[in-house]
Write a protein that binds this ligand. Structure first.
Ligand code: AMP
Length: 516
């Protein structure tokens, strides 16, 4: 176990800790209301994996509770929460009093107008939970903005369990240009399907059993969605029918909305958020599924030399998907930088150039294997393979602004699915919701052997296996520990070890995983 977790209740204490320890390090923030359960822990684990410093906040925020809601009864288990955070490697917990954050006037959402509040668009706050919880999302937006300003994290983690909250926070961060990356994490469920929630504490054993209707109803709707039903009315009816069989569970709402804008949908085009709230006795529970209708995204990550790009190209070809050659994107930007005469080290000018660059890809209709690349309307398919581009591409790809702009671009292409992408953090960062995630590996010995053969067949001479093994191990360590886009295996990735397998065999294995 590393350093003991530090507990701060004051903003001054936390700021002092951060100022002394953060220099050049990534800071991950996980805002919670405590009573930590497996859902929270998955967010905290992710924050500890992605950042050198993980901070969890534990604060039952009075501003987001209505006058008749459970602010007083909300479970508070600070001792146990501290221990759990300690075990996971959290650096510090921020557990302020309401006075520390709101001064000596502790607001309820009814009197909240006395504070400066963050008010997200009404289209997002008046639907779903907003109907029965007026002021709730203003309270959430305000506390999250305060915590982001206090901690100034690199990444902040929120659960998909609170899908409306996540969509509103993403919008808030985009609208106000807050300098933080918002990471959405999948819903963690008990074996029964019930989503973990601090409010599950309130349920009697019978109610807990009855509460499984929430996930069961969503699953039923997903089933008919998978078999081709796209109409909202039918999907909502499927949920209502399941609820009809459990009269103890009072359905407060079931709605189908766009996952990002939260605008009501009559039918699902690319994706829909099917969300419900229901009461069991006096306990209010929420749950949701994202229904996605798109061709699959296949994310292939793994260490250098595992054969990712060859395999990705073949998998894409076999499945009729586009191989999103991210390397070609970085090459195209490098070509543009060289062409414009900007100094390779002038990161700010390159950031400016990249953010305005228009990239286009298409599959060559004749060969169907060559990806054609355009930048700012000019075809550069051949030009990006020049030795000058090759010599400079890694320096350009190491620049944070270039990477950010290209990841955003990749995600835009991914919206409609139908791509195979390979890299170091495709399954964890670029497409965390990819349908199929592969972690392609091979032993250091095997990769050294392959590299030796490649070098020989390219006429580059004989290299000793020991030397190549040493180089590959050094590269592995660098790739896994570097600050920008380190190699990461997604928790839900399937590991494929390619030792002793041909490219065709690996391709077949992945293709059959995609076809399910
Ligand atoms: P809360 O303490 O309820 O404010 O939750 C803190 C964070 O944990 C929020 O971002 C929630 O969305 C997230 N969270 C709560 N329950 C779950 C769950 N079952 N799975 C994943 N994330 C969750």
């Amino acid at each position: 176990m590393g350093e003991p977790v530090r507990l701060f209740q004051s903003i001054a204490g936390l700021r002092c800790f951060l100022e002394r320890s953060r220099l050049g390090k990534k800071v991950g923030l996980v805002p919670t209301m405590g009573a930590l359960h497996a859902g929270h822990l998955s967010l905290i684990e992710q924050a500890c994996r992605d950042n050198e410093i993980a901070i969890a906040t534990i604060f039952v925020n009075p501003l987001q509770f209505g006058p008749t809601e459970d602010y007083q009864q909300y479970p508070r288990t600070l001792e146990q929460d501290l221990q759990l955070c300690q075990q996971l490697g959290v650096a510090a917990i921020f557990a302020p009093t309401a006075e520390e954050l709101y001064g000596n006037h502790i607001p309820s959402s009814a009197e909240g107008e006395r504070l400066t509040q963050v008010v997200p668009p009404t289209t997002m706050t008046s639907v779903l939970c907003g109907r029965s919880r007026p002021g709730h999302f203003q309270g959430v937006a305000t506390i999250v903005t305060k915590l982001l300003n206090i901690v100034q994290p690199t990444n902040a983690y929120f659960g998909q369990k609170d899908a409306q909250q996540l969509a509103i926070i993403r919008r808030l961060v985009a609208d106000l240009n807050l300098p933080v990356n918002i990471v959405g994490c999948p819903i963690v469920r008990e074996q029964s399907g019930l989503a973990y929630s601090s409010r599950n504490h309130y349920l009697t054993p019978e109610e807990k059993e009855q509460a499984t209707v929430l996930s069961r109803a969503l699953k039923q709707a997903e089933k008919i969605f998978q078999s081709g039903e796209r109409q909202g009315i039918s999907l909502l009816n499927a949920v209502k029918e399941e609820f009809a069989a459990v009269p103890e569970a009072q359905l407060e709402y079931v709605e189908l909305v766009h996952p990002k804008t939260l605008k009501p949908l009559e039918q699902v085009e690319e994706a829909g958020l099917l969300a419900i709230a229901a009461r069991l006795g006096s306990t209010r529970l929420i749950d949701n599924f994202i229904l996605r209708h798109r061709r699959p995204i296949v994310a292939i990550d793994g260490p250098a030399g595992a054969g990712k790009s060859t395999v990705a190209r073949q998998v894409a070809q076999s499945l009729g998907l586009l191989h999103l050659d991210t390397g070609a994107m970085y090459r195209a930007i490098t070509w543009l930088v060289l062409e414009s005469g900007i100094d390779i080290g002038d990161e700010c000018a390159i950031a400016e150039l990249t953010s305005q660059a228009q990239l286009q890809f298409s599959m060559d209709e004749v060969s169907e294997t060559v990806l054609r690349v355009w930048i700012n309307g000019k075809e550069v398919t051949q030009a990006i393979r020049s030795s000058q581009v090759t010599a400079n591409v890694s320096a350009i790809a190491a620049q944070a602004a270039v990477r950010q702009a290209l990841v955003r671009q990749q995600q835009r292409w991914g919206q409609t699915g139908g791509i195979v992408a390979e890299g170091r953090d495709i399954g964890t960062h670029v497409f965390p919701d990819a349908e199929v995630k592969i972690f392609l590996t091979a032993s250091v010995q095997e990769r050294a052997r392959r590299r030796q053969q490649d070098l020989k067949s390219q006429g580059q001479g004989e290299f000793s296996l020991e030397q190549l093994q040493h180089d590959i191990s050094t590269r592995d360590t660098y790739d896994s520990t570097r600050a920008l886009a380190p190699l990461q295996k997604a928790a839900d990735a399937r590991e494929v070890n390619t030792d002793g397998l041909s490219v065709d065999q690996v391709t077949q294995e992945i293709v059959s995983l995609v076809r399910g």
